[in-house]
Structure formats: structure tokens, C-alpha cells
Design a protein around this ligand. Structure first.
Ligand code: CCH
Length: 278
């Protein structure tokens, strides 16, 4: 297989998405979360963090409790890395998110290669840069503004909670947000607005919001999107207009994967400069 044949890599990723004995039969959602957490450590002010360098290869970042469970995603991708040793982990993890979104019926997200695995452990961004689900709108804003996102992009990105589920042993939360968690759609926004959400303690004693039948759930941070009037306006928009959601999600997710990615020789110098500030 020729080095640089990203279509062959995409095919190989598609083949590992169906996983009969895992979750809802799909590795798709956890692959999307890996791409997001690899990228979401970015800090615009210092230029540190982000997907380039694949710093989650190191225990220090993999062990951030926000990343619990992502070892499954990395493990599913290992055979793909073995098959295509020329692709960097940083490219593979971000590409897998894009392929999984499309596979699950979501929009096509622009993706460009060129990330490198040149960082060593001293360049791991500090733990705690990813959002904490027990918090509210101020916290969400401070985390996503730090990356350079605005309110509209925050809500669009949060629509990824149409996918997958929470696992008590990973985050303390439990259950899926929507009835079909392996199909990309705007159901999450519709449910946020239309269902009665009841604050309840789950099986491990953590407070979350559930529907009457205790089948679907929302995190405190999800509820903040309908409580805050500026966020809520975008939840309403995306609940009514699926095309707008797909378009805005694709743009924001594409932007997320590019945070801090400077390619070529200048890129290397820029990364060294930024990382020296950690
Ligand atoms: Fe998320 N997310 N997320 N999330 N997330 C969780 C699961 C997924 C927060 C918390 C959690 C985004 C934003 C936020 C996915 C994609 C995105 C879980 C459960 C928590 C907790 C983890 C577990 O127990 O396995 C918080 C807080 C925020 C923002 O404030 C954004 C942005 C994205 C992507 C664009 C996906 C997908 C999952 C499902 C993973 C799975 O394993 O099924």
C-alpha cells in the first residue's frame, strides 16, 4: 500500500467500526470522542495542546480522568496503524473521528494530513483542560473560548452527544442521550427542548438528568445549553434545522481538528516555542 494513500486508511477505519461485542455494536462514538479529546486540549493564548504531536500516547495525558475509556478507541485503531505504519497517530486519531462521523450518517468533515508524532512527554499539556460535565455555562465558555470557539460553535459541537453513551466506570455518568446512539442526527437538540428532564442520582450515586423512564440522560453541562439564553437560541435553531446543524457541525469539528496544527518546518519551530512555555 503506497504511503500517503489516505483513502486506503479510511477504508481500514470503516472496517473496524462495527464491533459486535462493544457498546451498541459500534466503535464509532468512542472514535469521535478520541478525535475531540486529542484536539480539545488546545490553548489559543499559549499555542499549546491540540492534536499535533499525539501527546495522548503518553500515560500522563491518557491518564487524565477525562480520557477514561479512550483506550478502547486507541486499541481499535492499533491494527490500522500496523497496516499503515507511515501515518502518524495524530493524523490517524483525527481522521478516525471524521470517518466515524460520516459512517454514522453525519456530514463530511474536511480533514488534512500533516500532523506529526514528534512531541515527547514533557510537551503533554496539563491535565484538566477538557470540560467537566458537572459544571455549568461559565465553565463551558471558559474551556471553549480558550480554544477559540464562540457560542454558536460550542452548541454545534455539543451536538456530538447524539452519539454514544456515558459509562459509570469511566465518567460516573451513565446511559445514552438519544434512542439511536450510533446514528448521527439532531435528535439530541430536540430532546433537550422537548423532554421533561428529572434530576436523579444514578446507580453510582452521581446526579444526572434522566427522562421519565430513566432510559435517556443529559449531563449538567448539556442542561446548561438550554438554561443559558444565548446557547438556547442555537439549540432551538439546530433542533428545527437539521441542515444548518450538519453544516455548522462539520465546520466546527473541522476547525477543532486543526487547532494548533502548523505544518512543515515552521510548524516544528512554532511547536517548540509554544511548548517551552508549558
Ligand atoms: Fe462529550 N462526553 N462532552 N463531547 N462525548 C461524553 C461522551 C461523549 C462532555 C462530557 C462527556 C463534547 C463535549 C462535551 C462525545 C463527543 C463530544 C461523556 C461520557 C462525558 C462525561 C464519557 C463516558 O462515560 O464514557 C462535556 C462536559 C462536554 C462539553 O462541555 C464534544 C464537543 C464532542 C465532540 C465534538 C462523544 C461522541 C461521546 C460518547 C463516547 C462513547 O464512548 O460513547
Amino acid at each position: 500500500m503506497a504511503a500517503g494513500d489516505y483513502n486506503a486508511v479510511r477504508d481500514a477505519i470503516r472496517k473496524i467500526i462495527p464491533q459486535a461485542s462493544y457498546d451498541d455494536g459500534s466503535a464509532g462514538p468512542v472514535l469521535v470522542r478520541l478525535a475531540w479529546h486529542a484536539s480539545g486540549t488546545y490553548d489559543k493564548a499559549s499555542g499549546t495542546g491540540g492534536s499535533n504531536g499525539a501527546t495522548m500516547r503518553f500515560k500522563l495525558e491518557a491518564g487524565d480522568e477525562a480520557n477514561n475509556g479512550l483506550e478502547y478507541a486507541r486499541k481499535y485503531l492499533d491494527p490500522v496503524k500496523k497496516q499503515f505504519p507511515w501515518i502518524s497517530y495524530a493524523d490517524l486519531w483525527t481522521l478516525a473521528g471524521v470517518v466515524a462521523i460520516e459512517y454514522m450518517g453525519g456530514p463530511k468533515v474536511d480533514w488534512k494530513p500533516g500532523r506529526v508524532d514528534d512531541a515527547d512527554v514533557q510537551y503533554v499539556p496539563p491535565n484538566g483542560r477538557l470540560p467537566d460535565a458537572t459544571k455549568g455555562e461559565d465553565h463551558i465558555r471558559s474551556v471553549f473560548y480558550r480554544m477559540g470557539f464562540n457560542d454558536q460553535e460550542i452548541v454545534a459541537l455539543s451536538g456530538a452527544h447524539n452519539l454514544g453513551r456515558c459509562h459509570a466506570e469511566r465518567s460516573g455518568f451513565e446511559g445514552p442521550w438519544v434512542p439511536m446512539p450510533t446514528r448521527f442526527s439532531n435528535t439530541y437538540f430536540k430532546l433537550l427542548l422537548r423532554s421533561q428532564w428529572i434530576k436523579r442520582k444514578n446507580s453510582v450515586g452521581v446526579e444526572q438528568y434522566t427522562d421519565e423512564d430513566n432510559e435517556l440522560m443529559m449531563l449538567p453541562t448539556d442542561m446548561a445549553l438550554v438554561k443559558d439564553p444565548k446557547f438556547r437560541a442555537w439549540v432551538e435553531k439546530y433542533s428545527d434545522d437539521k441542515d444548518a446543524f450538519y453544516r455548522d457541525f462539520a465546520a466546527a469539528f473541522g476547525k477543532l481538528l486543526e487547532l494548533g496544527v502548523v505544518r512543515g518546518p515552521e510548524g516544528k519551530a512554532m511547536r517548540q516555542y509554544a511548548r517551552a512555555k508549558l
